[in-house]
Design a protein around this ligand. Sequence first.
Ligand SMILES: NC(=O)c1ccc[n+]([C@@H]2O[C@H](COP(=O)([O-])OP(=O)(O)OC[C@H]3O[C@@H](n4cnc5c(N)ncnc54)[C@H](OP(=O)(O)O)[C@@H]3O)[C@@H](O)[C@H]2O)c1
Length: 282
Amino acid sequence: MDTYFNDKIAVVTGAGGVICSEVSKGLAKEGATVLLVGRTIEKLEKVAEEIKAEGGKCACYICNVAEQKDVNKLADRIIAEYGKVDYLVNGAGGNNALAQPNIAKFDPRELDENKPEDLKGLYNVDMDAFESVIQINTMGTVYPILAFAKYMVKEGKGSIVNFASMNTYCPLTRNFAYAMSKAAVANFTQSLAAYFGETGIRINAVAPGFVVNERSVKILGTVETGLTERGSKVIGHTPMGKFGQAQDMYGCVKFLLDDRMSSFVTGVTIPVDGGFLTLSGV
Ligand SMILES: NC(=O)c1ccc[n+]([C@@H]2O[C@H](COP(=O)([O-])OP(=O)(O)OC[C@H]3O[C@@H](n4cnc5c(N)ncnc54)[C@H](OP(=O)(O)O)[C@@H]3O)[C@@H](O)[C@H]2O)c1
């Protein structure tokens, strides 16, 4: 076990997910005490087991990060148990197929009362799902920051990493709610960096390229088992010619969290994307 982050307390939301399970394992392997936050205990416990099997320190916390009361309670509990939080990684987030149309361009039939059943335009998506995507990606980032920064301000230090997306820079088709919410994450990261600039708290974001997770595997496929049309487009648009691995995100998250590495970096969103953003598509 490395001791690089030995005295650090790191809260990681979405820690049961593809990317932040690896971020959590990375931090724990380097000595941090990692507090794993999510909604599904089974997912968190699986990550915790792996961390503990390697000799790492961690604990699991159930919390819906899109609910401010729950997040405030969680922060109070964690401060009561550990006395401080050094790092916050806001990895909880995601998309919802119900919030997505199945066509990329407006079709006048989507406004018809008797529209074809298999046609789902922007006018036909489930607006509750649409709002919930915005809620989790935006307020699910805002609430943990407010709750934990309150304590970081008292310590005069702290580092926060949010999760943006390729959609932050330019939206993918059919991704309305997800894309606007991930653009908001980068924008909010800048606003907060300015707001907390003199407090010693730094706030940055990582914008992952395409890392296949439970949901996106259905949309993209995998290189090994076969790509969908959309998956082939993504790979064709990625100069490195592959999807990212969850582990690929850790180095960037570590850099942004660590004052020894990035003490004068705040308000930035760093793409970790195999070069996806370098191509215009023409
Ligand atoms: N994978 C990619 O290619 C990619 C690309 C760009 C950006 N990102 C972003 O990177 C982050 C991590 O992505 P990922 O691929 O690791 O996603 P993932 O595998 O779906 O994991 C996301 C985790 O967030 C948790 N979560 C969702 N809503 C929550 C809520 N309201 N409260 C608490 N936890 C909640 C989920 O836990 P439960 O299942 O328990 O709810 C899930 O374990 C997300 O913000 C995602 O949007 C991913």
